[in-house]
Ligand binder design. Sequence first.
Ligand code: NAP
Length: 324
Amino acid sequence: MNHAVVLTAHGGPECLTYRPYPLATPGPGEVLLRQTAIGLNYIDVYARTGLYPLLVPPAVPGMEAAGVVEGLGPEVTGLAVGDRVAYVAGPGGACCERRVIAARHLVRLPETVSDEQAAAVMLKGLTAEFLLFRARPVKAGDTVLVHAAAGGVGLLLCQWANALGCTVIGTAGGSDKCALARRHGAHHVIDYREQDVAAEVLRLTGGAGVAVVYDGVGRDTFDTSIRSLAVFGHLVSFGQSSGPVAPFTTALLGTKSLTVTRPSLFHYIADTTRRDDMARRLFAAIADGTLQVAVGQRYTLADCAEAHRALEARRTTGATVLIP
Ligand SMILES: NC(=O)c1ccc[n+]([C@@H]2O[C@H](COP(=O)([O-])OP(=O)(O)OC[C@H]3O[C@@H](n4cnc5c(N)ncnc54)[C@H](OP(=O)(O)O)[C@@H]3O)[C@@H](O)[C@H]2O)c1
């Protein structure tokens, strides 16, 4: 019997139930996948509450997982039964034991990346990749600010930006999270509960500010991000764990000739050739030790609602993985 997490209505974690769920037969271009590890992401919270109009209940949430190919529909090429694969694909469908999925979403896993690592990095790691290499490419010598530095995307950004030769300043809530971000490549970490982040960034940079801010927190950090930027700086606003950014006037950007971008991973991976290039770079960074994949929490898939509670309550660090 196949099981899935089902979102019964938009709302809190109590709207997620674990129950038997029908399994389709793979059609043309589709495969049957037995999932071994599923990644939880903040976008799953937005999908659950309805902040992002992604799921119409009843629906199975979740956007990334790893697993083993168990069956092939007609016209599938380049994959075989038994292949280890992973994917990031919206708008949902990942929180289940087995599923049918379009073969084009699947990336074959190298030996060097475990199923759990893949489930932890397909969405977060490809995000770190496009943020650092594509949305606003950084270069050695840049000073960058990473908010929620101890989070899933945050720990990957800190390590990768450090390896690229950037000076990395992180922010996090609490001394344990600050220490974790430091161990993952942040040169300086500011506990925003204790210190004025922008004032500290200006002190650390000799009054200059940073070249780039990676801001996945949104509403609560927007002003700080603007204040922390250098002249000609770039704000990469890529998420809103604290809520949507309030409307602002472009005159604000004129004060320091700033740019703001609000990119989405799904635009970068829509082209599967580009997605495969991104995944190759991500897997290589894991294989050569540039990135340590920090799985901070593991839950059974049946405990998905509890995992949502922890993520929203800021009780998580690094990635959260659900095991079917
Ligand atoms: N644009 C894209 O394509 C894209 C792709 C992936 C992820 N994202 C975004 O990137 C962000 C990070 O995602 P993630 O999955 O790695 O999550 P995460 O950073 O592991 O978890 C969220 C963290 O945000 C911080 N936070 C600050 N204010 C918060 C609040 N009011 N409520 C909850 N958390 C708050 C907390 O860290 P502290 O305790 O340190 O404050 C918390 O642990 C999210 O906004 C997500 O939507 C965007």
